[in-house]
Design a protein around this ligand. Structure first.
Ligand SMILES: CSC[C@H]1O[C@@H](n2cnc3c(O)ncnc32)[C@H](O)[C@@H]1O
Ligand SMILES: [Zn+2]
Length: 446
């Protein structure tokens, strides 16, 4: 018998349970994940790791499930500063009477910097390693994510009307093109195009968005078919459903992420499936705003890639993707009339590999496979509320809330150690959040 060659590497994570997501629906025991630089060098049994690797650091996670970092494919990060500001309202009242006036009064560069950091603290604390953002001052949000070392798709906003970030479509598109150029080819930040919705962006700017995406490769993310009202109102005004209008403009394709899709008839389904566009399911926001429910199983059966997002904290009201998964799994069963719809493993894939696919990064993110980027989380299953453990995948989806997440690494860099954030000064952040609260509260009282 020949001795194994010993390879030096940076970090070894010893996992009691490992859910690699690829191969699918598998739970392995007593595995080691070896990290070298920003990548996963190997996923092997602990016995094999003893023989083959010497690492400068070993982390023993004897009561933990280790899995790929979660990917939150839709949100408005800085809206965390508006959490709980306007509840119990339907979408258009919430937007027109509360959120858009508040954004008009408060959104500026400092708001985005602090609000995005607040959102990142919550997401990191609950297992998200990559998020997608659609909000104002994308250059500030991108810098905030880059400074922390969190992976993010950041879409610049595109609307027909002026906001704090731009005077109208022309300015959004020219600033957006510069934003894309600034961040292209960055491992942490993917710049993207964020036309808000069919009812707020007209055909001209939408066509320009499609052209900009084709020229730069930047993904498009749009709110689409969020409510029945949106579809009925648009059909009355334009003579076609929004999905048909988007398809006609060339906006649906493999580089497009359709957020919500609670209204799906057979033609919508065919248009989305044939185009290769992705659907981003945001169940808790859809429930809270009484928007409707996305037919996840029907979409998946038609071959559509369905990923998951929290939406903003002002319509959810949290950014805990494990909680979102639990909700998604529960309602998928009722919507499909089938308790086997969206199993625990399918739900975990939705928050990892499907998210990576939606972002066009499944070759390097979304599963624990040698050669992929080292975006990894660990969940401590030793608490009484997660005992006994028959099936860790079941616990992660049906019993867990994100607070059991104990460790995370992004690009091989530790972000969370024993539940403590390593790269965000939470005490200082809380002071800034409190100061926003005082300002916003004062204005609301007037
Ligand atoms: C173009 S910047 C984002 C814009 O979208 C608003 N927003 C937040 N959540 C939703 C939602 O669920 N549907 C539609 N629009 C939403 C946000 O307040 C910004 O104005
Ligand atoms: Zn949204």
């Amino acid at each position: 018998m020949t001795a194994d060659t010993i390879t030096a590497a940076d970090i070894r994570i010893n996992a009691r349970w490992l859910i690699p997501v690829e191969p699918e629906a598998v739970v392995l025991e007593h595995q080691a994940v070896i990290i070298q630089g920003d990548r996963i060098a190997a996923v092997v049994s602990q016995a094999e790791a003893d023989r083959r690797f010497r690492t400068r650091e070993t982390i023993d996670l004897a009561h933990h499930a280790v899995l790929p970092g979660l990917i939150n494919v839709h949100g408005h990060a800085a809206m965390s500063l508006f959490r709980g500001l306007a509840d119990d309202l339907p979408l258009m009242t919430w937007l027109n009477d509360h959120i858009w006036p508040a954004e008009g009064a408060f959104v500026d560069e400092a708001f985005i910097a602090d609000g995005t950091q607040l959102a990142m603290a919550e997401m990191l604390r609950t297992g998200t390693t990559t998020f997608s953002d659609m909000y104002f001052f994308p250059e500030i949000a991108a810098q905030a994510a880059h400074d922390v070392g969190m992976r993010a798709q950041i879409s610049f906003p595109l609307l027909d009307f002026p906001t704090a970030w731009g005077s109208g479509p022309e300015e959004y598109l020219s600033k957006g093109a510069a934003f894309i150029e600034q961040w292209q080819d960055n491992t942490y930040i993917t710049p993207a195009i964020g036309p808000h919705a069919p009812y707020t962006v007209s055909d001209g700017p939408l066509t320009q968005a499609v052209e900009l995406s084709a020229a730069t490769g930047a993904p498009i993310q749009i709110h689409l078919h969020e409510t029945e009202f949106e579809v009925v109102d648009a059909t009355g005004k334009n003579g076609q459903r929004p999905v048909a209008r988007m398809a006609g403009l060339g906006l649906l394709g493999p580089n497009t992420q359709c957020v919500h899709m609670t209204q799906v008839d057979d033609e919508d389904l065919r248009a989305v499936a044939d185009s290769g566009a992705h659907v981003i399911h945001c169940p808790e926001s859809n429930l809270k705003l009484a928007s409707g429910l996305c037919p996840v199983q029907r979409l998946a059966d038609a071959g559509v890639n369905v990923a998951i997002g929290t939406d903003g904290a002002a319509s959810n009201n949290d950014l805990d993707l494990f909680g979102e998964l639990r909700t998604a799994a529960m309602i998928a069963k009722v919507v499909a009339g089938d308790a086997s719809a969206l199993s625990a493993h399918q739900a975990l894939a939705m928050a990892t590999l499907n998210g990576a696919k939606a972002l066009g990064r499944d070759h390097e993110l979304g599963s624990l496979v040698a050669g992929k980027l080292a975006d990894i989380i660990a969940v401590d299953l030793s608490d009484p509320f997660l005992q006994p453990v028959y099936d860790p995948a079941s616990h992660l989806v049906y019993s867990n809330h994100g607070r059991a997440v104990s460790h995370s690494w992004i690009n091989g860099v530790p972000q969370l150690q024993d539940g403590k954030l390593t790269r965000i000064d939470v005490a200082d952040l809380m002071l800034r959040v409190d100061s926003w609260k005082q300002r916003i509260r004062k204005q609301q009282a007037q």
